[in-house]
Design a protein around this ligand. Structure first.
Ligand code: HEC
Length: 209
């Protein structure tokens, strides 16, 4: 039996564990505290013992950037690199933002002085795509104070799909399997947030100096 008392205070881990408990996989580490801190370099390559998986949020920065690069470079159409270019610029769509120059992004113009709000908006855009951002961002985050005037647009181009398309989802699914072998859990319900967080870390790592 799971008791909620066993769950630790961090909201992120809490969510991860609640998801683990609701999952159909029989050996999820339900309500168990991860014992060992993530050490990616030393992570075993063979499958970890069932029930011993650490949450993906324990992955260190370098590992998250590495997986973010795999999300970015997903093969197929309507992936980040397809529209934005393999190096983050000069991809298939001329109107797609230069991802090596975050200062030019609309979100960073709107929230020039507020990194936290910018990150929330970026996560929303990359998770959901431009169409949903246009229709729902302001209603979903009323405290964000979004201002299209500062964004210098009336809407995002709806071709900005973020991680929503099948080729990118397939790449995240592949990473999910690899993570399991390395001893990390990534619930199905966390795949979008995982893809978004890691790809944004990757973008931060390729910012033009
Ligand atoms: C089908 C094409 C397409 C795909 C796929 C796509 N984008 Fe975009 N993206 C665009 C376009 C077009 C824009 C410009 C939107 C605008 O300014 O109206 C854009 C804008 C952006 C911006 C700038 C947002 C801003 O505030 O100006 C970021 C960051 C971004 N994309 C990241 C990503 C990431 C990361 C992925 C993959 C997970 C991705 N995009 C997938 C077409 C795409």
């Amino acid at each position: 039996m799971t008791t909620l008392n066993a769950i630790r205070p961090s909201g992120f881990i809490l969510l991860a564990f609640l998801a683990a408990c609701g999952d159909s996989e029989p050996n999820s580490p339900c309500g168990e505290e991860p014992v060992v801190k993530a050490d990616v370099a030393a992570a075993p390559t063979k499958a970890a013992p069932a029930g011993d998986l650490k949450p993906w949020t324990d992955l260190d920065e370098a590992a998250q950037i590495k997986y973010g690069e795999q999300v970015f470079l997903a093969k197929g159409s309507n992936t980040c690199n397809d529209c934005h270019g393999k190096d983050g610029s000069k991809g298939r769509l001329e109107q797609a933002a230069d991802l090596t120059r975050p200062a030019t992004w609309r979100i960073n113009k709107v929230y020039a002085d507020d990194k936290a709000k910018a990150n929330t908006a970026l996560a929303y855009l990359v998770s959901n795509g431009g169409k949903k951002f246009n229709g729902n961002f302001e209603a979903d985050t009323p405290d964000a104070g979004w201002d299209w005037g500062k964004a210098e647009a009336t809407a995002f181009d709806i071709q900005m799909f973020g991680v929503t398309q099948s080729s990118t989802q397939a790449a995240i699914k592949k990473i999910r399997k690899a993570l399991k072998k390395e001893g990390y859990s990534l619930e199905k319900s966390e795949m979008t947030i995982f893809g978004t967080q890691t790809v944004l870390k990757y973008l931060a790592s390729i910012e033009a100096k």
